[in-house]
Design a protein around this ligand. Structure first.
Ligand SMILES: Nc1ncnc2c1ncn2[C@@H]1O[C@H](COP(=O)(O)OP(=O)(O)O)[C@@H](O)[C@H]1O
Ligand SMILES: [Mg+2]
Length: 349
């Protein structure tokens, strides 16, 4: 049997470059386990932080070391010179988190290549990335979510007489605490919790350095639940997990410092909450037109029993310890089988 050549595309031009390398290492290992060894051949392709694509030899080196590599004296024209092995790939497996990877940019390129790839296409990826567009899509199917307002950089930078009015409107509509977020980032980068007008203004100003589009949300006191979805048509939801952490909110440091956050699988919540989260996850997956995989995150207010959707991630963290594969492992799909199923679900978009 000829093996299917899997183009594992990792690294990428985003703040989550290192996480991508760790995810890719886990997937590369899974491709050699059990039946996968006889079905698949790994073709690693690494995107440096500066956007330059590196072929098998360098990519394998990065996979082995687990460390990013940056070529010296890069010629940025090289960005559009793909390594020759790109033409040999039968199915792409992009495992790039955040902007320039999870947002539809790479998915557009793979679509143009006319080769099947794992995960969402351009639309699903873009809607899953932009927190404002995502909320509009969620609202369309009546998914409950926190109160929010979309703000542009232009509004924040507008003349000094207009800015206070914006502050007034945000304060009246959302109150404190509120969360200020760049619309197109991940890993909590650029997110601030504001408890006063001063903090709100600083947070808005800071968010404009990351993105043209900003979302401000009413802060809720809630537990955080996550659910994994797998499939194309008739997607399935996994068991539900909970993120438990010390600290004010699930910020960058909490996410990436060992021991600061804990995954509870299954989440210790009532059965009816589990069912609700699973149903809402499928609805969210379908309304953004996600394909293959996604992790859907929720706020659960224990006191009121209310479940609000927070966001969908179309290329969630995929390290051996990440929530997405762990949720599937707890649902009876071990890591190597999950990788196999995702490859089977890949289609030409
Ligand atoms: N409206 C909110 N109320 C309470 N906590 C929030 C709110 N929005 C975000 N958070 C906290 O900030 C974290 C990161 O926000 P999130 O929107 O998930 O951004 P990211 O896409 O970077 O993960 C959440 O996991 C949660 O701890
Ligand atoms: Mg999040």
């Amino acid at each position: 049997m000829t093996k299917l050549r899997i183009g594992l595309l990792f690294g990428g031009r985003s703040g989550e470059h290192e996480v991508s390398i760790t995810s890719a290492r886990a997937i590369a290992t899974a491709l050699t386990q059990g039946d996968n060894l006889h079905k698949y051949q790994l073709v690693p392709v690494y995107i440096e932080k500066n956007g330059i694509w590196q072929g098998e030899e360098t990519a394998q080196q990065v996979l082995n070391s687990g460390k990013p590599l940056i070529s010296e004296n890069p010629n940025l024209k090289q960005i559009w010179q793909f390594p020759p092995q790109v033409t040999e790939v039968d199915v792409w497996f992009p495992i790039l988190h955040g902007p320039n990877g999870e947002d539809g940019t790479v998915q557009g390129l793979l679509t143009l290549m006319q080769v099947p790839f794992v995960g969402s296409g351009v639309l699903g990826s873009a809607l899953g990335m932009d927190k404002i567009a995502m909320k509009i899509a969620f609202a369309e199917v009546g998914l409950p979510q926190v109160k929010y307002m979309a703000v542009t950089r232009e509004q924040v930078w507008s003349n000094p007489c207009v800015f206070p009015k914006l502050g007034d409107r945000l304060e009246e509509t959302l109150g404190y605490p509120c969360f200020v977020k760049p619309a197109n980032l991940g890993s909590s980068v650029g997110i601030a919790k504001a408890k006063s007008r001063d903090e709100l203004e600083t947070a808005l100003d800071n968010a404009t350095s990351y993105d043209r589009r900003i979302v401000v949300e009413a802060g809720v006191t809630a537990r955080e639940l996550e659910c994994a979805v797998l499939g194309n048509e008739n997607p399935k939801a996994s068991v539900v997990g909970e993120i438990s952490y010390k600290g004010d909110f699930y910020d960058y440091e909490t996410k990436y410092t060992d021991g600061m956050a804990q995954l509870l699988i299954p989440a210790p919540v009532p059965e009816q909450i589990i069912t609700q989260v699973q149903e809402m996850s499928i609805q969210a997956f379908e309304v953004v037109d996600a394909r293959g995989l996604a992790r859907v995150d929720f706020f659960y207010n224990e006191a009121t029993g209310e479940v609000l959707i927070n966001e969908i991630n179309t290329l969630p963290g995929f390290t051996a310890l990440s929530m997405y594969p762990q949720l599937w492992a707890a649902s009876g799909v071990p890591f190597p089988e999950l990788v196999d199923r995702l490859i089977q679900l890949a289609d030409r978009q």
